[in-house]
Design a protein around this ligand. Structure first.
Ligand SMILES: Nc1ncnc2c1ncn2[C@@H]1O[C@H](COP(=O)(O)OP(=O)(O)OP(=O)(O)O)[C@@H](O)[C@H]1O
Ligand SMILES: [Mg+2]
Length: 248
């Protein structure tokens, strides 16, 4: 199968599953409540309404992901590079993730003399959301998600590490492909569209950041670590770029 044909096939199977499954359950539970309104207990009604709410959210996530891809692929330049405090952006992002993963233990550590980064706040935050959400989604809820911010040779690094089962070496290079998910669409117990890392990688390219993955499936030491490398704020580089672009 050609690469293009494979992407279209993955697209159709992911989207049809990710749209059909939530819609079927929304319709089914709404109908059950409607048909049996007087016979259901308040507790049952509440449970069914919660399912409807969760499944609607799943559809919203999918629509947002597909729209983010469309935006990535449009030619409009919308990157705004500014000074960014990595500790603050990580803390803000973890607050957002905590709304969904309330019980999760997030351990954030930061090196002392970190230089200011140069990045686009919204894009970097979207990258962080996608990677930290994955760490929560693909590791047991009673294990911590560790986020370490440090500096290595004029670059700032954010490492996001989870204690899930890890990713086999053979899958690592495919993780950032559009619609790629490890395992079968129908048997996968975690929901998703396979777009999160594709979006993260494309956003990283726009802000001169790099994303690497380190993982082990060893029974005694299994983990996944995503490493995001972000340029530091360097006034000389910015001035040089401005001159090259024809203005200061
Ligand atoms: N921390 C992780 N540990 C184990 N597997 C992971 C991890 N992060 C990503 N993966 C694997 O990579 C695949 C692609 O991730 P990606 O975020 O692109 O899509 P997704 O999480 O399936 O869906 P969504 O579009 O909702 O993010 C996942 O389906 C999962 O199999
Ligand atoms: Mg994801």
């Amino acid at each position: 199968m050609s690469d293009d044909k494979k992407i279209i096939d993955d697209f159709i199977s992911t989207l049809s599953h990710e749209i059909r499954t939530p819609l079927t359950s929304i319709k089914g539970f709404a109908q059950t409540i409607n048909d049996n309104y007087d016979n259901l207990s308040d507790e049952q009604k509440k449970r069914f309404l919660t399912i409807i709410q969760e499944q609607s959210q799943r559809l919203i996530n999918l629509v947002e992901n597909v729209l983010s891809v469309a935006k990535l692929e449009s030619a409009t330049p919308d990157t705004v590079l500014k000074e960014i405090n990595l500790k603050k952006i990580v803390e803000d992002t973890v607050e957002i993730i905590k709304v969904k993963y309330k019980e999760r233990n997030f351990i954030i550590t930061t090196s002392k003399n970190l230089q200011t980064s140069l990045s686009d706040f919204d894009k970097l935050q979207q990258i962080l959301v996608n990677i930290i959400e994955n760490a929560c989604k693909y590791s047991p809820s009673n294990t911590p998600v560790k986020i370490n911010i440090k500096e290595v040779k004029d670059k700032n690094i954010i490492e996001i590490e989870d204690e899930g089962g890890g990713i086999e070496e053979k899958y690592i290079s495919k993780l950032f492909d559009k619609f790629y998910r490890i395992g079968n669409v129908l048997t996968n117990k975690n929901q998703g569209s396979g777009l999160g890392l594709y979006i993260a990688k494309n956003l990283a390219d726009k802000i001169d950041a790099k994303i690497d993955v380190e993982s082990s499936t060893d029974k005694k030491n299994h983990y996944t670590k995503f490493i995001i490398e972000i340029p530091v704020f360097d006034i000389n580089k910015i001035a040089k770029r401005a001159v090259e672009n024809g203005g200061v």
